[in-house]
Design a binder for this molecule. Structure first.
Ligand SMILES: [Zn+2]
Length: 272
């Protein structure tokens, strides 16, 4: 396995992931983040909201005990620990409202975090927002604008979910436990009812990574987000099935930001 570029006197390379909600980091990029951490890359995460308006799958007697934002903040810290993320910044932009929030402030928050973490590589959603989630698309737009406006910018990559991945996870769940509840028309994945919303119209990747070595940790990180799971299709994944169903991650190099090779390119060489 190739080590990230850099000589003995330089700081290790730094990667900043910019996502919208606790759980995005695990499902979209858990393999890459864990891989980078293992290689000694300084891995940081900026999460723009607490996901406080998201689904709450906790047992009803727990729902009034602690508000969802507090629970999701704790779940994010746990997932970050599993993935080896060194630095987590969790902001209080309103969940579900990123496209209509103070976009100047949002972009300034992203720019400041890029500067503070001295990111060599920034990672965020592609223009399809994984499944056309407005918050994800807003994160894509504001991160792209932030990188484009910087002098001496980092490299920028976008993540998409490979087409068919979530459909296969739902099919796997149906195999393990047939869905016999007539009141449930389909299984959800992180609250999304249409598995084909993920990746179907995604831009083509420029970097496809085989993250099989890290699917155990990716699954463990997904499981940290218990408040979102309930009867979710993801709960039926085992380490063995995850090693197949979560093994591929897709990234696309942006045409803004620094161009040329980055340490992620060496991961592609190790993916084969
Ligand atoms: Zn999200």
């Amino acid at each position: 396995m190739n080590e990230p570029q850099g000589d003995a006197t330089s700081a290790p390379p730094s990667l900043l992931a910019v996502f919208a909600h606790p759980d995005d980091e695990a499902l979209a990029s858990g393999g890459l983040l864990a891989w980078c951490a293992t290689l000694g890359v300084q891995v940081s995460l900026l999460c723009l909201t607490h996901g406080e308006h998201g689904p709450d799958q906790r047992k009803s007697n727990l729902q009034n005990a602690t508000t969802l934002d507090v629970v999701r903040a704790r779940e994010l810290r746990e997932a970050a620990g599993v993935l080896g993320i060194d630095d987590v910044t969790l902001l209080h932009h309103e969940d579900g409202m990123l496209p209509w929030s103070n976009t100047e402030q949002l972009q300034a928050d992203i720019s400041e975090t890029i500067a503070r973490t001295a990111a060599d590589v920034v990672l965020t959603f592609d223009e399809d927002g994984l499944y056309w989630h407005p918050d994800h698309i807003a994160a894509h737009e504001r991160t792209t604008a932030a990188v484009a406006a910087l002098t001496g910018p980092p490299a920028l990559y976008y993540v998409t979910i490979p087409e068919g991945t979530i459909r296969a996870i739902v099919a796997h769940a149906d195999t393990v436990t047939p869905n016999v509840d007539d009141s449930v028309t389909s299984r959800t994945v992180l609250g999304v009812t249409n598995p084909d919303a993920f990746g179907t119209l995604a831009p083509r990747p420029t970097l496809a990574l085989n993250v099989t070595k890290f699917t155990d940790r990716k699954l463990q990180a997904i499981r940290c987000h218990q408040s979102q799971l309930g009867n979710d299709a993801l709960t039926f994944l085992t380490p063995e099935s995850a090693s197949k169903l979560l093994a591929t991650e897709h990234y696309r190099r942006a045409n803004v930001g620094r161009q040329g090779a980055t340490f992620l390119d060496s991961l592609a060489a190790d993916s084969n």
